[in-house]
Design a protein around this ligand. Structure first.
Ligand code: SF4
Length: 278
């Protein structure tokens, strides 16, 4: 891709500006792929199977070319705006960012989120053989079509819950560290704008909400492990309440596309199209 094509795509009003900043990056399940510039660029740049694979040269070459293009565009922008990069104390700013990140990663909320990720790993490891049996049952039922519909639904929701837990396992930590690494002075200077830290905290809260639902599903599927699930749910609930206390405005943060109604327009149009309504 060249600069002009990228600029043209970025200016296309079809894409909701910044929608990808506060999503959960689960594009396969996202209803807004057609409104997301990030998704469109990935589809454009990584459109052959080899360039999707992190172990191939093609992937790294493609990534390198994206970074080079980004650097070129930033230089162009700086020149247009009369910004002198040499005069910017980038290494000092980098040190400051690193300090904020380190502090954030050691914050009790981040530590709780990190230990949650370990708990998930331990649970999956401990239940490996049980999960393999369940997977075989799911495959058999989907192959022969289930006579027992209730059993089939239960296995499908279990499979979904397991995917949810794995998807958010580390993301909760990543998002809360991003939220905690806020720069209070900068946020004060930009006080008329919504806070990025609230947006990241909101994503971590939504991840936790979905993980709690998923653990609740598992609790029904494995009734013999009741206490273990309760401990995990308690751990997540404490984390959730801690984040809500640290970021009291997070829940009301309006994420572009997801919370401002622009996404609803798309869903409404698509459901009308699917129903054959013009
Ligand atoms: S907004 Fe949706 S499509 Fe875009 S990066 Fe996030 S999950 Fe993927």
């Amino acid at each position: 891709m060249d600069k002009d094509k990228l600029k043209q795509m970025a200016a296309d009003p079809q894409y909701i500006e910044g929608i990808y900043n506060y999503c959960d990056r689960w594009c396969e399940r996202c209803p807004f792929t057609s409104r997301c510039l990030n998704f469109a660029l990935s589809a454009e740049e990584f459109n052959d199977p080899e360039s999707h694979d992190i172990r191939t040269d093609a992937f790294w070459k493609r990534l390198e070319s994206i970074f080079a293009l980004t650097k070129e565009m930033i230089s162009d922008w700086a020149e247009e705006e009369g910004v002198d990069f040499e005069s910017l104390q980038l290494s000092e700013a980098g040190d400051e960012t690193e300090r904020h990140m380190n502090e954030a990663a050691n914050h009790p909320l981040a530590q709780r989120a990190r230990s949650y990720a370990t708990i998930v790993d331990e649970w999956f490891k401990k239940n490996e053989s049980v999960l393999e049996d369940k997977e075989k049952q799911i495959n058999l039922l989907s192959f022969f079509d289930a006579e027992n519909r209730q059993k089939r639904d239960e296995l499908v929701s279990l499979s979904d819950a397991l995917e949810v837990l794995r998807w958010y396992q580390f993301q909760i930590f990543v998002k809360i560290v991003r939220a905690l690494s806020r720069d209070p002075e900068l946020e004060d200077d930009l006080s008329e704008f919504p806070k990025d830290s609230d947006g990241s905290a909101k994503v971590s809260l939504l991840d936790i909400d979905r993980s709690i639902d998923a653990w609740s599903t598992l609790r029904k599927c494995f009734p013999g492990q009741g206490d273990e699930f309760l401990d995990i749910l308690l751990h997540l609930d404490r984390l959730r309440r801690g984040i809500e206390k640290e970021f009291p405005d997070a829940r009301s943060f309006v994420r572009p596309g997801f919370d401002d109604g622009r996404g609803d327009e798309l869903l409404h149009t698509e459901s009308r199209a699917n129903a054959g309504v013009k």
